[in-house]
Design a protein around this ligand. Sequence first.
Ligand code: FES
Length: 183
Amino acid sequence: MKDATNIAQPDSRRDFVKKLLASVISILVSVVPFGAGLIVLLDPLRRKSSDSGFVRVASLAALPSDGIPRQFPVIATRIDAWNTFSQAPIGAVYLRRTSDGQVQAFNVVCPHAGCNVDFLPEPGHYHCPCHNSTFSVAGKIDDPSSPAARGLDALEVEVRGGEEIWVKYQNFQAGRAEKIPVA
Ligand code: FES
């Protein structure tokens, strides 16, 4: 006579293997989409910009050679962590031609507390309407009583092809004597 327990053993082993496989498959089915979703979600944080930060601001022909600064908007594709804004205003700069034929650029943002400065042709300096800091046409602090701790923030300029003005547009921390880029 056969022992009933010996007959039941292969079935229970098969059941165990089936349950184990089912568990592994259900874990894979739930983990794989979660991992893929996580990669998509974090992708913008992993992505590094290959852009050198230079933006075409104006044509050289649009900048008179009288040495007087002119304000130009900075239009570029703006990317935050999850969105891309195509050709949106990201700031503004003052450009002027210097006596030696170079192009000089300043961020319009006052380094004291972040208001936009105006250029006043008379008396020929920059003035901040918020707390009355003044800056010379070359961007230096004009009045020692100005609350700004540094001059206007000069930006790198390239004249490409002899006709296009490109500026490395950057913002810097306000209220500090040192020029520290905003990350
Ligand atoms: S923000 Fe310009 S002087 Fe204060």
